[in-house]
Design a binder for this molecule. Sequence first.
Ligand SMILES: [Zn+2]
Length: 299
Amino acid sequence: MGAVIAGVGLSTESAAGDIAGLDAELGRFAEAGCEIAELSLQNMFVVAGGRLNLPELRAIEAVTRRHPLRYTAHGPLGTNFMDEAHIELHRAVCTAMIEAAGALGATRLVVHGGVWTAPLPEAELARLRRLEVESLAGLAEHAERHGVTIALENLPPLPSLPFTHDAFGLAAQVAAVGHPAVGATLDIGHAYMMATLRQQDLGETLAAMAPHIVHIHLQDQFGRLDTVRTWGKAEKLAYGTGDLHAPPGWGDTPFEALLPKLSLARETTMIMELAGHYMHHAADAVAQTKRLAGMVGTA
Ligand SMILES: [Zn+2]
């Protein structure tokens, strides 16, 4: 019997600086049945120039304390420890994000990364992969001291992310770090799109990540690359293209086949990462997420 899901919830969509909006949003999350809220630090003014921005952090902390929720946190979408030209800045921002997450009581910090912009010779790619491993290893003890586990996320193949780790590549990075304060975030929708692109078996890609998973982003979609020229969110949903972040059941992700076989080794939190324009279905999405969380590892 593997680890089970230690709480489910939604991730915040309030605009940066809208503290009252965040307060109201967390209230709605608790009402919708969330046990956890993921604080979208990438949409908050908690870090300035790689340093903690204390006045804003304190204002947000006062709000988070008012709600009967536990927390996880999401860091900047731009973080990339394979971006050698800006490596010190990425490390400084992530250091401050860890401190912000810790101050807000978040037990996970979702970290992006693993992006390169052109096809690279194997030796050069290996060198940049090592740079990412060293960066994460260098942040691990800082994270541990702040009660935060860094959770490196698998990203989707999108025009804005020309090259990034697939599930096997990401699992190898986390394994190479080899520190308990660094694990993986599995975004099932991103894995679905990557499996389509690379013609991989989706179940096998999830199994590769499973030993390292500490956090799951649930979302539904069709695993279909964003290759049709469409205008707006509703058209993308109509065509079923791209990284939809739709409620469970709106796409065709085979959750019932995948989740029972997902054998987790570490304590794992689960966030329904619902796109803001689907929040009117939040309560139903949370109920579905709880049902799906109950299936994890039961095969
Ligand atoms: Zn993410």
